[in-house]
Design a protein around this ligand. Structure first.
Ligand code: EPZ
Length: 417
């Protein structure tokens, strides 16, 4: 297993380009199931989760060329309607193949995703939506068995805003008979990216990015090429890295409007953020001010930036209150941040962070994807040397983050443990 060794205290300078979005690429890869043919997907990040999705598609019979940047997916050969536990357990998002397999073959058998470190993450709303479209769903032996000759459009109202649920039902409804309306739909930019790809395949989807999405079912879709949007969470992570190290960086190819909630909170903390022609400049203040945040569905403050923002508040002046309202167990980075000398207390879904002058370098262990990022950020700002182990969590969602940070002047290396 690899680990990262970081010598803290370097101010980040220069420019960086983020990779394509993991959370846009994954559902886009799954959508290729809906239409036989060759789909060329570009700006795909080299990530473990991308490799896992490729394995799932190949297990279904697709043939895939490449595993990053440009990936060619030939979905013509897909002939199985079953996604097994050993694949789904490594990445929950693979459960999204259920709807497209059902739409294409009239039946599907997909393992229920296992638990996850950050929360139970049920898929009840996915299944309820598929049933509303006419699917017969049976849960047995840890699998979802679904059947339906042809899905039929319906009005679906989500109890809670669910990114995966919205994506799942958008894909299943694309070739259903008649109109489907998704109400209280999630509004994340990754959903807009998926809708744009589906429409390029011939789907008729309107309203993606708002809380009401209308889908006119079409009889068939055809393979299409697509360029994945930039990864806004990777970009947000670099913004915070600059802010915590007294840095001044520019991030290329970034739509700041995808991170408005984060940018406004960072500006409240005293960080200078400007954007021109797709380049975002982030300039740190002498001392960060403490700021309170509450995670919310988009366009609220993104839960995927909560751990990173907490790391920043560890060195801000004053106390900040961070409440995590999306997942029930997304504070596992707290106990690791305490090892760096942070002052954090947790009460239920609320963490209170009292800023300290300086963090001190320490050995630490990653527990989930975004928690690993927050430990790296702490190491960059800390005095002395830090280590982050179990960075296979990190490799799920960040392409060569240590190289990109080193390119900005950080002293960070990956070594074999
Ligand atoms: C997506 O997960 C992202 N993953 C997550 O990013 C992100 O944190 C999350 O959306 C929220 O923004 C991908 O896109 C691959 P949800 P998803 O369904 O779709 C509850 C990362 O770090 N819920 O929006 O699984 C659920 O328990 C990952 O890149 C139900 O109750 O999230 C949660 O509390 C982590 N029933 C809330 O909704 C359901 O049927 C939001 O979950 C579905 C969800």
């Amino acid at each position: 297993m690899d680990k990262l060794i970081i010598k803290g205290g370097k101010k980040l300078k220069g420019e960086v380009t983020v990779s394509g979005s993991k959370n846009a690429a994954l559902p886009i890869f799954v959508a290729t199931i809906l239409a036989p043919g060759i789909n060329q997907i570009s700006n795909v990040p080299f990530l473990r989760d991308i490799n896992t999705t490729i394995k799932v598609l190949e297990s279904l019979g697709a043939s895939v060329e490449g595993n990053g940047h440009v990936v060619k997916i030939d979905s013509d050969g897909i002939n199985s309607h079953e996604a097994t536990y050993d694949l789904v357990k490594t990445m929950r998002a693979s459960v999204l193949v259920l709807g497209p397999l059902l739409a294409r073959f009239g039946k599907a058998r997909v393992s229920l995703p296992g638990g996850c470190a950050i929360g139970a993450r049920p898929i009840n709303l996915h299944l309820k939506g598929l049933q509303a479209l006419g699917a017969e769903i049976v849960l047995e032996h840890g699998y979802v068995e679904a059947k339906c000759k042809r899905l039929k459009g319906a009005r679906i109202n989500f109890d809670v805003s669910t990114v995966g649920g919205t994506e799942h039902l958008m894909m299943a409804a694309a070739t259903a008979k008649g109109e489907t309306v998704l109400e209280n739909a999630a509004r994340e930019p990754e959903i807009v990216d998926l809708a744009q790809y589906l429409n390029r395949m011939g789907a008729k989807i309107e309203g993606a990015g708002t809380d009401t999405i209308r889908i006119q079912g079409v009889s068939e879709l055809s393979a299409a090429n697509y360029e994945v949007m930039p990864d806004r969470i990777e970009a947000g992570t670099f913004m915070i890295a600059a802010a915590m190290t007294g840095g001044d960086i520019r991030i290329n190819d970034m739509k700041l409007e995808h991170l408005d909630a984060l940018a406004f909170k960072m500006q409240d903390a005293g960080v200078e953020i400007t954007s021109r022609d797709g380049v975002v400049r982030v300039k740190a203040p002498k001392r960060l001010k403490s700021v309170n945040i509450k995670t919310r569905p988009y366009p609220g403050f993104p839960t995927d930036m909560q751990a990173q923002f907490m790391a920043m508040m560890c060195v801000a002046d004053g106390a900040s209150v961070i409440s995590e309202n999306i997942f029930e167990n997304r504070f596992m980075h707290v106990s690791e941040l305490l090892r760096f000398g942070a002052d954090i207390t947790v009460e239920g879904n609320t963490a209170t962070v009292k800023g300290v002058r300086k963090l001190s370098g320490a050995p630490s262990m990653a527990t989930d994807l975004r928690a690993s990022a927050s430990l790296i950020l702490a190491g960059l700002a800390a005095e002395g040397t830090s280590e982050v182990t179990r960075i296979y969590h990190l490799d799920r969602g960040y392409e060569s983050i240590e190289k990109k940070l080193a390119g900005l002047g950080a002293d960070i290396v990956r070594v074999k443990e």
